[in-house]
Design a protein around this ligand. Structure first.
Ligand code: FMN
Length: 192
């Protein structure tokens, strides 16, 4: 199996980075080929500028976007890891999707109909939060993020979303609870 990890967190000491390391280690142990696109380390430019905007509709791709699309083409699975920032994903990841998931690559939109083009691939999403589940869930914030990300983006592009796992209040939990979460991460990616 070929798995691409897309990580959107600026800190090496973050729990998000720990999830990414855990996924990589576990899947490599299971003989997956694993590649990582660490968007901050890559200094990925998330801004869809005028030239890129024009190319979005013409399928003439900037070089940096073609590189990212080749990674996605290579992968059978995408594992997307990010913290919740303002009840959504960090801007760098949103910009990655804006620029990389282009018409003609991730989906095809013709005559008012759209078709996902990443059909054969599976996706697993790990998303951390600062707030507790008790605060976030009653406000429908979890379900709204699941709808936007899983349905509005990934499923729209044809990806088969296996799990969208939230880890709540991660800055406020102890070492043991974090270790339990990381063990659970292994169990989740075992289905890939
Ligand atoms: C700019 C910014 C916005 C944030 N917005 C939210 C939010 O809307 N909801 C929430 O639960 N936590 C929010 N947080 C907290 C992060 O989600 C939390 O610090 C992160 O998930 C912890 O994981 P980490 O240790 O890997 O950074 C925000 C943090 C930052 C820096």
């Amino acid at each position: 199996m070929k798995t691409l990890i897309i990580l959107a967190h600026p800190s090496e000491d973050s729990f998000n980075k720990a999830i990414s390391d855990e996924v990589k280690q576990h899947l490599e142990f299971k003989k997956h080929e694993v590649k990582i696109r660490d968007l901050y380390k890559l200094n990925f430019d998330p801004i869809l500028r005028e030239d890129n905007y024009t190319s979005f509709y013409q399928n003439k791709l900037p070089k940096d976007i073609k590189v990212e699309q080749d990674y996605i083409t290579w992968a059978e699975n995408l594992v997307i890891i990010f913290p919740t920032w303002w009840n959504g994903m960090p801007a760098i990841l949103k910009g990655y999707i804006d620029r990389v998931f282009t018409n003609g690559f991730a989906f095809r939109f013709t005559k008012g109909e759209s078709e996902g083009l990443l059909k054969e691939k599976k996706a697993v999403v790990f998303q951390t939060t600062g707030q507790s589940e008790n605060v976030i869930k009653p406000n429908q914030l979890v379900s709204s993020m699941e709808t936007v990300i899983d349905v509005g983006i990934l499923d729209y592009c044809g990806l088969n979303v296996i799990t969208h796992k939230f880890y709540f209040s991660v800055q406020h939990i102890n070492k043991e609870a974090r270790e339990d979460m990381l063990k659970e991460v292994n169990g989740i990616v075992d289905i890939l």
